[in-house]
Design a protein. Structure first.
Length: 73
């Protein structure tokens, strides 16, 4: 999964948090929905502008960030 095609960080947009390209939905928003028990189907129903690829990109972004932090520590 190449999340770089789906996620951008823009100064001043949602406080510089990583967002889905062209949207104000953050990676944290998507991860929070998943953590609170929403499945992909429910998220896609609530946010029709999203695709399964957007959700997978958020997961890939978080996994890479976590792996990087573990290897640096």
């Amino acid at each position: 999964m190449r999340y770089h095609d789906y996620i951008e960080i823009t100064a001043g947009k949602r406080g510089g948090k990583p967002c889905l390209v062209g949207m104000r939905i953050t990676v944290g928003d998507v991860l929070g929905w998943l953590a609170n028990g929403l499945d992909e189907e429910a998220i896609l129903a609530d946010y029709p502008e999203l695709t399964q690829a957007h959700i997978r990109a958020c997961l890939a972004f978080a996994a890479e960030r976590e792996n990087h932090q573990l290897s640096v520590a």
